[in-house]
Unconditional design. Structure first.
Length: 140
């Protein structure tokens, strides 16, 4: 029964452990009526913030589903690229469309080495992701 919990949890510990270690280290505080009310308010604010982020991610996912992103790259006559199109290239092209997405959130099955149409997954939030259509064209 004397185990430490996660952040925001109310747990029971021995008085000596609380007074001599947890409270002085700032790891825990006493579960007074005011502290419990403040904790409840903080949890509500946190839940509201997460819901706002989820809503914004869903809106961005809908926008990304509508876009067919055109990426230009140097290519040879046979259609093979000189180099590859990476997630950072895709993130830069998205900035040109007015959408900011971190390159680490874009996942490609394999590096793009030829001209053509591809799809990339974009993880926007915990449970929100989108599929981005990419059209790789030759420069010039």
């Amino acid at each position: 029964m004397f185990t430490l919990g996660d952040a925001g949890e109310v747990v029971e510990v021995k008085n000596g452990y609380a007074n001599n270690y947890l409270i002085p280290q700032g790891i825990a505080s006493r579960a007074t009526e005011g502290a419990l009310k403040a904790l409840e308010t903080e949890k509500k604010q946190q839940a509201k913030k997460i819901e706002q982020q989820r809503t914004a991610a869903r809106e961005l996912a809908e926008k990304l589903q509508q876009i067919t992103l055109k990426v230009s790259a140097k290519a040879g006559e046979s259609g093979k690229l000189f180099g590859t199109v990476t997630s950072s290239d895709i993130a830069e092209a998205l900035k040109g469309e007015g959408v900011t997405v971190d390159k680490r959130k874009i996942s490609l099955e394999a590096p793009i080495k030829e001209l053509g149409n591809y799809e990339a997954g974009v993880k926007l939030f915990m449970d929100v992701s989108a599929t981005l259509k990419i059209n790789v064209e030759a420069e010039g």
